[in-house]
Design a protein around this ligand. Sequence first.
Ligand SMILES: Nc1nc2c(c(=O)[nH]1)N[C@H]1C(S)=C(S)[C@@H](COP(=O)(O)OP(=O)(O)OC[C@H]3O[C@@H](n4cnc5c(=O)[nH]c(N)nc54)[C@H](O)[C@@H]3O)O[C@H]1N2
Ligand SMILES: Nc1nc2c(c(=O)[nH]1)N[C@H]1C(S)=C(S)[C@@H](COP(=O)(O)OP(=O)(O)OC[C@H]3O[C@@H](n4cnc5c(=O)[nH]c(N)nc54)[C@H](O)[C@@H]3O)O[C@H]1N2
Ligand code: SF4
Ligand SMILES: [Mo]
Length: 752
Amino acid sequence: MTIPPKPLPLVPVGADGRHLHQCPLCEAMCGLEIHVEGGRVARVRGNPDDVWSKGYMCPKGASLGDLHHDPDRVRRPLVKVEGRWREVDWDTAFRRCTQLLAPVIERHGIAAVTSFTGQPTAHTLGLSRYIHVLLGMSGMPTSYSSGTVDQWPKNLSSHLMYGGWWTIPVPDIERTDLLIIMGANPAASQGSLLAAPDIMSTIGEIAGRGTVIVIDPVRTKTAARASEWIPIVPGTDAALLLAVVHTLFAEDLVELGALAGHVEGLEVLREVAVDWHPERVAETTGVPAERIRALARQLAGTDRAVVYGRIGLCNQEFGSLCSWLVDVVNILTGHLDRPGGAMFGRPVLRSLLHSPQPGLEDGKALFGRWRTRVRDAPEVLGQVPVACLAEEIETPGEGQIRALITVAGNPVLSAPSGEQLDRLLPTLEAMICVDNAINETTRHADVILPGLSPLERAHLDDLQLSFALRSIANYSAPVFDPPDPERPDEWEILLRLTGLCQGTPAESVDIAAIDDGFTDYVAYTLGLDGAFVRSHYERGGPERMVDLTLRGGPFGDRYGERSDGVSLEMLEREPNGVDFGPTVAQIPGILGTADHKIRLAPRYLLDDIPRLARRLRRPAAELLLVSRRDLRSNNSWMHNAPNLMRGMTGNNRCTLLIHTDDAGARGLSTGDVAVVRSEAGCIDVPVEVTDDIKSGVVSMPHGWGHGREGSRLTIANQHPGANTNALSPPLFIDDPSGNAAVNGIPVTVTRS
Ligand SMILES: Nc1nc2c(c(=O)[nH]1)N[C@H]1C(S)=C(S)[C@@H](COP(=O)(O)OP(=O)(O)OC[C@H]3O[C@@H](n4cnc5c(=O)[nH]c(N)nc54)[C@H](O)[C@@H]3O)O[C@H]1N2
Ligand SMILES: Nc1nc2c(c(=O)[nH]1)N[C@H]1C(S)=C(S)[C@@H](COP(=O)(O)OP(=O)(O)OC[C@H]3O[C@@H](n4cnc5c(=O)[nH]c(N)nc54)[C@H](O)[C@@H]3O)O[C@H]1N2
Ligand code: SF4
Ligand SMILES: [Mo]
């Protein structure tokens, strides 16, 4: 364990001085210094003493003060009366929720109520823990989330292979010598399902001592730092990976190493890959057969090597096959669960990701336990495609959605069918948003229940620790007090809404009783007695939950059983964080399959291969659209921060990247506005002509499309951009997982 060199005096909440606070905005989890002067954030700096990030930060972290002081931020509950927002006290707001939701449930049943959970839920302590209560106990039969425009294929492949849907291997980039990055751009995203500090320096170091290869249709900033960029046709990575698997078998390069006794399905896999020789996929993928063979040889011939695939491999037509095959290649080359390969995180605290999932035990991969009413889409791991939400609101009949609760999500911009949602949300009988902004989605709400600003609440990264290269923990006290000491925290809001869904008026819900029940359940999953655990605390809430899961986790004191174990009290004394060292090999202990074996060739995924084979015969589209991220954006919600938007005038970030040849053929130059059309819709976007993209591919960022009437986003609305998801066809999905395919969309581009 590394104890930081010089513990710093803690500044009282709200006081001027140097506060230490971990950035909650992305998986990099940077430790920051928030300098408060005259009650305002004067500066934000990276904390050089942070045991994890050691002073690194990005421009988004520097804008935490902007978020906190944003005059547009919702600070008190809002209730819409005759089309106008009125600020009310919390009791009035909860009573209004009851007035709106109770009759819907009475008239149509709880099946008429659903929720949408968005991305910041994963980065907010209260939400990340207590959303499970809302989703698990409210009785809503279906809920939606950004998970099905994100990592659902990876959840699926992990569930099928390892018996744990969050048992997701993470590339050990600190110790590898060959890193192959597919469909990720950490130069913008800072890492995803891969929590690493200052990720681009680490990647730069690999390129210095070894090799970094980026396989992406775009020559991203990550590709520019790599040893090699291999352009690929969007949506064809699964074919490339199958050809790598083919080569590994054909050239006798399979070497399972220490995993040999822990896998099953090797022979089935060999059979499956027989037909997938590199020549068969070269034209479709755009990658020469010899280069594919060489990739297999490089991986097999490097002791510490790893393939990493992320959103470009998930949010596409063959997301599940890609997610599976990335792991297969790592396993066949002996790189899973080894330093420098793909390792499983060893989180200091047991997050709810690791709770048992009733009905999803090994061998019970019974997807389609229910189906959606309109499209007949099967549920997969409890979710259906997010694009279904619009049609479920629109189509009359038994089970039609009449009420929506959103929690930290902006599906109007982030989801396929978002533009339909924009039209349909006003038809709901009730819409309640737990959100801090009046944006493209929440402007349609009847009630907005705001959370605290990121600087007004305690923070501990929770879910991200499962994907971290090291076992670390950092607990940050709030920098500021909330404006109103009586106001509920977000977890309390979620519990009131849970009770309301169960039939109790929101204002009368016994929060403590639900929280105690939840605590008892979590204690039980850790082999601890709930009543005994609760006897240690004066009050409940996220802090109790964190302390419980820390103390019951791999380094915990188990309430006195181990003398030097970790607890929340210990973390509070160490504001620079605590580092318990790099992650270690964990197979077979981490496997949740009944026989503790990795399933290399799950039948459910093999059944999708014929669909991939049909893709090989599909004629090339005129252009294929992919998505991208930007270091200064955070999905849809940080375009109102002045610091991040500085320089936007004349330097538009919401552009269509297009190859010089494709632009020339259409008479387009940088700055011209193009009309981009898909089967789903049509938008106008300024183009940016470049050679850093594969010809035949165009790229756009998501999260734009502001400037709508009724939203309160003064700065964002000055730079609206266009909503790329207006082009996302709702039925374009990865079949096995139901995840949206927002990459590889056939489009046409013309001069406007
Ligand atoms: N075309 C295309 N579409 C995509 C993607 C893509 O790559 N391409 N990526 C997808 C991915 S990976 C994701 S994760 C989704 C993201 O999409 P969403 O999950 O919808 O998230 P955001 O757009 O970031 O919106 C976040 C919302 O949370 C609110 N918020 C911020 N902080 C807090 C807080 O502390 N508490 C509360 N209660 N609310 C808060 C913001 O005001 C905003 O309304 O987009 C997806 N959509
Ligand atoms: N600054 C910033 N950071 C963020 C976010 C943000 O919005 N802004 N969002 C956060 C979220 S919610 C997430 S999920 C993560 C995502 O983190 P990443 O996975 O790193 O996402 P991107 O930066 O969008 O990079 C995706 C890459 O995939 C490529 N791509 C698209 N289609 C294909 C394909 O078919 N094959 C291949 N091989 N490549 C393809 C794109 O060109 C792009 O370069 O980032 C997180 N971090
Ligand atoms: S990289 Fe930026 S957004 Fe991510 S945690 Fe660090 S400062 Fe925050
Ligand atoms: Mo995401």
